[in-house]
Design a protein around this ligand. Structure first.
Ligand SMILES: Nc1ncnc2c1ncn2[C@@H]1O[C@H](COP(=O)(O)OP(=O)(O)OP(=O)(O)O)[C@@H](O)[C@H]1O
Ligand SMILES: [Mg+2]
Length: 244
């Protein structure tokens, strides 16, 4: 095979990925845009005659608007990550400090839902330094803890545990939640992939969280693994090279 032939194939493949992405984005944006229009119309019509119903429409309108705003923010994050912009803001980051700032607001979310959030304290905190971007690492761990709480029914628990060896820092976020079907496990890091579209829509998910997680981890020279059992729970482990 000639070099020219390989590059044409590669170009075709990249173009297909781009086309699929644009088609996915358009599809994902169309749905909330349509419901915003419908809700606004319904609100307008019911304002005078049925103020109670109008209030319900107004609250649905707010939720849909939030969903759309989240989707747009996630898309912008992904675009920024892919352009490699973030690599410019490297510094020494302590993973333990990042986790503390992530877990503080998450405690409230977990408590409200009736999910126990446990944190196995890291010993010898000074060893948890990595070289990277603090904002990205914060957003990455927030996504994983948010998922763990979101996909765990009330009464369940989420545990965050950290450790390190000479080479790597690792953080494991495990939950006793709904778990992920083995068949679907390889696909969950894909953009827009949701195991259960209907259920995920109800919880406000866009299906971009884990693709952002994977991008950030890879930008930091690390890796992320997942183990899960349908109906029993999941565990995501992030490994980051030590440094700084
Ligand atoms: N801890 C978990 N337990 C069970 N299923 C999970 C867990 N984390 C992720 N998933 C599944 O993987 C899918 C993809 O996760 P991802 O975070 O990318 O999207 P999302 O949570 O639906 O939306 P968002 O973009 O708001 O994060 C989820 O829709 C869910 O089905
Ligand atoms: Mg998510």
């Amino acid at each position: 095979m000639s070099i020219e032939r390989i590059s044409t194939d590669e170009l075709k493949r990249v173009n297909k990925i781009r086309r699929d992405f644009v088609a996915n984005v358009s599809h994902e944006l169309k749905t909330p845009a349509t419901s915003l229009k419908l809700l606004a119309e319904s609100l307008e019509e019911s304002l005078d005659e049925d103020p109670i119903q109008a209030r319900i429409f107004a609250s649905q309108l707010r939720k849909e608007t939030e969903r759309l705003a989240n989707l747009i923010n996630d898309l912008l994050d992904l675009a920024r990550l892919e352009s490699g912009e973030a690599a410019e803001h490297e510094q020494t980051v302590n993973v333990r400090t990042v986790l503390m700032s992530v877990l503080a607001p998450m405690r409230r979310v977990a408590r409200k839902k009736g999910v126990a959030l446990h944190w196995k304290r890291f010993d010898r905190a000074s060893q948890y330094s990595v070289t990277g971007n603090e904002t990205q690492l914060t957003s990455m761990f927030t996504n994983l803890v948010d998922n763990a709480i979101k996909y765990t029914p009330p009464g369940g628990s989420v545990e965050v545990r950290g450790g390190c060896d000479e080479k790597e820092v690792f953080v494991r976020i495990s939950d006793t939640g709904i778990g992920i079907d083995e068949e679907k496990l390889p696909r969950i890091f894909e953009r827009f992939y949701r195991v259960d579209k209907a259920r995920s829509k109800a919880t406000g998910g866009t299906g971009l969280g884990l693709s952002i997680v994977r991008h950030i981890v890879e930008n930091h020279g690390g890796r992320v693994t997942v183990e899960s059992r349908d109906g029993e729970g999941s565990a995501f482990t992030v490994y980051l090279p030590r440094g700084g």
